[in-house]
Design a binder for this molecule. Structure first.
Ligand code: SF4
Length: 486
């Protein structure tokens, strides 16, 4: 989509609805935008795959292949030629350029607009502005619209290999019509704002909703590390009030500011720099462990278009695990599995799991609900391993619960996540030097690795994935050592 100075695209217009400063910087200083992460790139790629799959559902559709003004000319010609359905039709009005996923001619010679999304439901905050902008531009181009619709992923009933019902189409004409009425005013406001200097906008809830803003590293540079945004589950109205009062540091928070008990505990621990450790409870939790200890972690993937038998859209499947095994003499060995190609990883991974994890010993994980869900889904997919997998579920021990319930440190920054806990407890161990640093990046890299044809490149990606997953479980071993020494 063309996005040059002076012409707004649908996506920049939507940026403007989120924040005028974002729109101004996207058009005037695009070099300051944060680069896309590998997981954001993967989301875009998945969206494109879903769009292409949706087009395949309509063999009569014609794709407008050119770009910019040529696409507008091509679209006009296709409409004049009585084409029944257009993909990526292009239109422009008052400097606002859009492309429509699907435009279908109706028997009344009007049109049905269909916007394709890779979400699993209609989200009014996200989808109404998006569709309204297109409808407005179509209207200005004298394209009569009979209905506007959202085509999204059917995650309830669609099961691979039958993808005939992958999409649900929902008529959202009524919801979008109301919003559309306010767009001309917005458009002239944006155009006026863009001809001036960079607008001043305070930070706020909008910086992450409905999307993460790529200007955040700049606008949030003055936010201190121990900020009010680290207070667990602080309501947006409260944080907004504090922003308006320029109270961003926890140290500046008034003592009578209304907080829940958990929030108050965290705030006090920051203000007094106090560490709270319930050694008795931690010792009781540790005494439940049985050797050998398996420090275990899955990496999973959940594509919108399911790939393997019996799987629904967005259903997770594991493609990798890492496991450090520690016996009672302190001897430690590492076991791992990484699926290397595009075939279904579930059976080979489960077989490997059966040989790596024996029938005795605690399985230490970080956030057990995740591993429990993955193991349950493996049980459903492979009933022949149900008994062994169910036995593993019974042996799960959640290390994160220690940090949720019995250990609070101001430097955890209000979170019990391993990424926050590790640097405090084991500062010499860090994810920073790894090529893959987060779980969602691991998904993106795996999806790239299994399709990679260049052998050296594939090996490099494999190595990055192995290092990351191994680090997750080694971090748990080191955290366990710290907890045991208490
Ligand atoms: S980070 Fe927030 S204030 Fe800054 S441009 Fe983005 S939305 Fe606007």
């Amino acid at each position: 989509m063309t996005n040059s100075m002076g012409r707004l695209s649908k996506s920049t217009f939507l940026s403007g609805l989120q924040c005028e400063k974002r729109l101004w910087l996207e058009l005037h200083k695009p070099e300051v935008l944060e680069e896309l992460s590998s997981s954001q790139e993967q989301l875009l790629e998945q969206g494109q795959l879903v769009g292409a799959y949706a087009r395949d559902c309509f063999p009569e559709g014609v794709l407008i292949e050119s770009h910019g003004n040529s696409a507008i000319v091509e679209t006009r010609k296709a409409i004049k030629d009585q084409t029944p359905m257009l993909f990526e039709a292009a239109f422009q009005t008052q400097g606002l350029f859009i492309r429509c996923d699907i435009l279908e001619r109706t028997p009344q010679n009007a049109w049905q607009l269909i916007e394709v999304k890779s979400t699993t439901k209609f989200d009014s905050n996200l989808h109404i502005p998006d569709i309204a902008v297109q409808w407005y531009v179509l209207e200005q181009n004298h394209i009569p619209i009979e209905s506007v619709n959202l085509m999204y992923i059917n995650s309830k009933d669609c099961v691979y290999p039958d993808l005939s019902n992958l999409f649900v189409v929902e008529d959202v004409t009524h919801e979008v019509a109301l919003f559309k009425a306010g767009l001309p005013e917005k458009l002239s406001l944006f155009q006026h704002m863009l001809s001036g200097s960079e607008p001043e906008k305070p930070i706020g809830y909008r910086c992450s909703h409905p999307h993460h803003c790529p200007i955040k590293p700049i606008c949030w540079v003055h936010v201190p590390e121990k900020s009010i945004f680290t207070i667990p589950r602080l309501h947006r109205n409260k944080s907004q009030k504090l922003i308006e009062e320029n109270c961003l540091a926890i140290h500046d928070l008034p003592d009578d500011f209304p907080l829940t008990e958990t929030q108050q505990r965290y705030v006090q621990s920051v203000k007094t720099n106090r560490v709270e450790i319930n050694k008795t409870q931690i010792s009781t939790e540790l005494s439940r462990l049985a050797y050998p200890l398996y420090f275990f972690d899955f990496e999973t993937f959940n594509p919108p278009i399911p790939r393997f038998d019996g799987m629904r859209p967005y259903q997770q499947f594991p493609f990798q695990y890492s496991c450090h095994v520690l016996d009672k003499n302190g001897e430690r060995v590492h076991k791992a599995y990484l699926h290397r190609d595009e075939s279904d990883p579930r059976l080979p991974l489960t077989k490997s799991l059966m040989s790596d994890i024996e029938s005795q010993g605690s399985i230490i994980v970080y956030n057990a609900s995740f591993e429990r869900r993955v193991l349950n889904e493996l049980m459903d997919a492979m009933p022949q391993y149900a008994e062994a997998l169910s036995g593993m579920i019974d042996r799960l021990w959640d290390q994160m619960l220690v940090f949720k319930n019995h250990y609070m440190h101001p430097d955890f920054l209000g979170s019990a996540s391993i990424k926050n806990v590790l640097p405090v407890l084991v500062p010499e161990l860090s994810y920073n030097q790894l090529a893959v640093k987060k779980g969602d990046e691991a998904q993106a890299i795996w999806d790239q690795m299994i399709r990679e044809k260049n052998v050296n490149q594939k090996l490099a990606l494999e190595s990055a994935l192995k290092d990351y997953c191994k680090m997750d479980t080694f971090a748990m071993v080191r955290i366990h050592q710290v907890l045991s020494s208490l």
